[in-house]
Ligand binder design. Structure first.
Ligand code: BTN
Length: 334
């Protein structure tokens, strides 16, 4: 496991932070005075930035170093640059390769890291999905991220946070693909009926109270058709496949974190009460004949509503059932 950059913040990072503030560039003389380092050291930092994927120009006549472009990588520097949030993402751990960002986030949370810390990775070697499934996480094309929360909620109020996350995701992706996004209860994001993102929320309870929650989000962003393994090829999609162009992952993640924070602050006050209208609009299930597997039980009926706790309301014909967790399949010819 390797972070994109050294901690504590390296000289190259500090240089980046400064040249980023001036689009017309800054002279090496100014930079070496500001950073109290000789120009040779700064030149080797510029080489380091190039290795990380940053493009800089050096204008010999003016002696200025200009940042031309930044790479689309899920490093803490890139994610935090221009992020407009108060709590979520005020601390970011960006990695090139991890087993699972959820596992890493749980460890950080157990060690006491604060609310809002975000873990993100370019690649997961053992990405986990719901119900013990894998989450295919190839390098450089998806977003694999986990958010640590410490809400003052009762444990039974936690499941609604997955649906709240799905709503924040739907609002984010809908901006790029208006009218094509749906939420498949409880927490899948569909684009044109195919799965483009999933959420895995894990809860730690201590003496009847929430200690922390890890909300893991995987988004298929720039995968091409050939990148999906055979078993999900027909049911999975990515933003790029529908949009027919690449999407900047850093900007997408920042937009999501901003939407997530707004929905999270609202959730702590009202739970899902104020989000129900949008949740119903985005739902792929309402009005459909469904089969819901919840534990060992299978319930068949028509999905008629989502209630303020986030549960799915199913009319079986003989009774109305409120289902708080489960796996849904659509009964196409029912
Ligand atoms: C699902 O739809 O089954 C949930 C998928 C959740 C995947 C994300 S990717 C980031 C985080 N780390 C993991 O190991 N899983 C979640």
């Amino acid at each position: 496991m390797k972070a994109h950059k050294e901690t504590p913040v390296s000289l190259a990072d500090r240089l980046l932070e400064i040249i980023r503030t001036r689009s017309k560039g800054l002279t090496l003389t100014y930079l070496s005075r500001k950073l109290k380092r000789n120009p040779e050291e700064l030149v080797s930092c510029i080489k380091q930035l190039k290795e990380w994927g940053y493009r800089t120009d050096y204008d010999r006549s003016s002696g200025k170093v200009i940042l031309v472009s930044a790479p689309d990588i899920l490093s803490s520097t890139e994610i935090m640059n221009g992020l407009k949030t108060r709590i979520i993402g005020r601390q970011v751990h960006g990695y090139r390769k991890v087993k699972s960002t959820n596992d890493l986030a749980s460890r950080l949370a157990t060690d006491g890291i604060g609310e809002g810390c975000v873990v993100a990775a370019e690649e997961q070697t053992a990405g986990r999905g719901r119900l013990g499934r894998n989450w295919h996480s190839p390098v450089g094309v998806g977003i694999y991220t986990s958010i640590i929360l410490r809400p003052k909620l009762r444990p039974e109020q936690a499941p609604g946070l997955s649906l709240m996350t799905a709503l924040a995701l739907a609002i984010t992706v809908d901006k790029l693909l208006p009218g094509k996004v749906q939420i498949k209860w409880p927490n899948d994001l569909l684009i044109c009926g195919k799965k483009a993102a999933g959420i895995l929320t894990e809860l730690s309870v201590d003496r009847g109270r929430i200690d922390y929650l890890v909300v893991g989000v995987g988004i298929n962003v720039n995968q091409t058709g050939g990148m999906f393994p055979e078993e999900i090829k027909k049911t999975a999609t990515s933003l790029r496949r529908t949009l027919r162009k690449k999407v900047n992952r850093v900007l997408l993640l920042q937009e999501f974190l901003q939407n997530f924070e707004r929905e999270y602050l609202q959730y702590q006050k009202y739970q899902l009460k104020k989000s129900l209208k949008k949740l119903r609009q985005y739902s792929s299930l309402l009005g459909q004949e469904v089969a819901v597997t919840s534990g060992r039980e299978q319930i068949r009926g028509r999905a008629v509503d989502i209630d303020s706790s986030g549960a799915l309301v199913v009319d079986t014909g003989s009774e109305i059932l409120i289902i708080s967790a489960g796996e849904v399949t659509l009964r196409v010819n029912a």
